[in-house]
Design a protein around this ligand. Structure first.
Ligand SMILES: *Cc1c(COP(=O)(O)O)cnc(C)c1O
Length: 493
């Protein structure tokens, strides 16, 4: 890029702000707070605006283009959600305010809890956890607490399928429990024989099992009832990873399928922009048997302080709660967006989200499967997983990573790559429900074009991206050796 960096256009004395004259007496600042030298660029307001606008144009997001990142649900975020979350009545609240003065916020949380209970089929929901991964940690701690409360203290083994998201084994390990991996069968589902054998082997030590349905291959776990039954039979509990709830909305409820605890990813299923790691929200729902162990506080109606047609909302800690997992109320701004999203769609609208998510994924899958190998060729849910480019292309050493990088030259964000781990060269595609037919077709066209290019001249793919602001990065070095800002000396070298 030939564009000069902001440090390079810096000139001593230039300034992007003009401060008003002092209207208080001038005093010296404490010596220890002052630095002799602070390497900040000195630029005009115009230069500054151009700098940040240029940076924003180098970025890619759901508001600039198709973002088929599987397992992440980068969906359109209706702008009304942002308007609601920015209402001064919400943004000006302080978490230490008395409950009397935040009844509107508590009403919103109480209603959102009720919506999530209804959508998931659970008795009680806690909005506390900050994200899916923290919801998982809360859920597995609740499962252990449930066993311990019953005097069943030897249980410390959690089953996790080999297709699971990495956060599942991580949450289990963080809680001090032992992970036992359960293999998948050739249909991409849990191997029921292997599960039954593991149940017998770990019978007395089984805490339960974490299951994602639909799983990370985008496939509905058809044996879900059998899986729940065998785990329950051996005294275990079923944890549902609800990150993939999208296609089930208004159609099936995890609580009805046999799950005892589940986390919702509000930022995946119920909108909220979440690139760059947050903010998210990972509420946890529980069956009646586990509701007492939920993290708190939870919002409840306090009958003693309610008047006839004016309920009083109060914060409440469940009797055997695992405690707090987040300060104050959780990520309140995300609650407002999820609440708005659910309210705007209503029950029929939510069901349509699920139906279109499935329709879009299946349409795209059908457009691609003749060219890209599809290991599990059956109706998918909201996403699907391809096994990289075709064989002959892979033989010319063109891999999933090369396809992903080349897609950027076509103006598309790449799909998730190399996950789930059980598919070699995995390309995991989630189109989301709001994309139209033309966008899906344009993406498929680019994917097919890339295969044609690879057959013609594989090196184009090895060099891609050719058009992006930065070319191919050494990803291992980038992760180990983080350089988060421009460093003048190194750049001069
Ligand atoms: C995203 C995801 C998680 C983790 O959720 P976060 O909110 O990112 O912490 C867990 N499981 C699956 C299947 C996911 O896709």
């Amino acid at each position: 890029m030939s564009r000069p960096l902001i440090f390079e256009i810096s000139r001593p004395g230039r300034c992007a702000a003009s401060l008003p004259d002092l209207d208080v007496p001038r005093t010296e600042l404490p010596e220890e707070l002052l630095r002799d030298d602070l390497a900040l660029p000195e630029v005009s307001e115009g230069d500054l605006v151009r700098h940040y606008t240029h940076l924003s144009q180098m970025n890619y997001g759901v508001d600039t283009g198709f973002y088929p990142l599987g397992s992440c649900t980068m969906k359109h975020n209706p702008k009304i959600n942002e308007a609601m979350a920015r209402l001064p009545g919400f943004t000006n609240l302080h978490p230490y305010q008395d409950q009397e003065t935040v009844q509107g916020a508590l009403f919103l949380m109480h209603t959102l809890q009720a919506f999530l209970e209804e959508i998931g089929g659970f008795a009680t929901v806690s909005l506390q956890p900050a994200a899916g991964a923290q919801g998982e940690l809360a859920g597995v701690l609740m499962m252990r607490a449930y066993h311990q409360e019953r005097g069943d203290t030897a249980r410390n083994v959690m089953f996790v399928p080999d297709s699971a998201h990495g956060t599942n084994p991580a949450s289990t390990s963080m809680s001090g429990m032992e992970v036992v991996e359960i293999p998948s069968n050739q249909h991409g589902g849990v191997d029921l024989d292997a599960l039954t054998a593991a149940c017998q082997q770990h019978h007395e030590r089984l805490v339960g099992m974490m299951l994602t349905n639909p799983n990370t291959l985008g496939l509905f776990e058809r044996q879900v009832e059998e899986i729940c039954a065998v785990v329950h039979e051996h005294g275990g509990l079923m944890y549902g990873d609800g990150a993939n709830l999208n296609p089930l909305l208004g159609i099936a409820r995890p609580g009805d399928l046999g799950f005892d605890v589940l986390h919702y990813n509000l930022h995946k299923t119920f909108s909220t922009p979440h690139g760059g790691g947050g903010p998210g929200s990972g509420p946890v729902g529980a069956s009646p048997a586990l509701a007492d162990f939920l993290p708190g506080p939870i919002v409840k109606v306090d009958p003693d302080r309610s008047e006839e047609d004016l309920p009083f909302y109060a914060l409440w800690m469940p009797t055997h709660t695992i405690g707090r997992v987040k300060t104050f109320y959780g990520h309140f701004g995300v609650f407002v967006k999820a609440y708005t999203y659910i309210r705007m769609l209503g029950p029929e609208g939510l069901r349509r989200v699920g139906e279109y998510a499935v329709l879009n994924a299946n349409y795209l899958k059908e457009l691609l499967k003749g060219t890209y190998p599809l290991p599990h060729d059956r109706v998918c849910m909201h996403e699907f997983v391809l096994a990289g480019p075709p064989k002959d292309v892979q033989e010319a050493d063109v891999r999933t990573m090369d396809v992903a990088k080349r897609l950027m030259d076509y103006g598309f964000h790449p799909p998730t790559v190399y996950f789930p781990l059980i598919v070699d060269e995995a390309l995991m595609i989630e189109p989301t429900e709001t994309e139209n037919k033309e966008t899906l077709e344009a993406f498929a066209e680019a994917m097919l074009q890339i295969v044609a290019e690879a057959r013609d001249d594989p090196d184009i793919l090895h060099d891609a991206p050719l058009q992006a602001p930065v070319r191919r990065l050494d990803e291992v070095r980038a992760a180990r050796d983080l350089i988060l800002r421009w460093q003048p000396e190194e750049n001069e070298a």
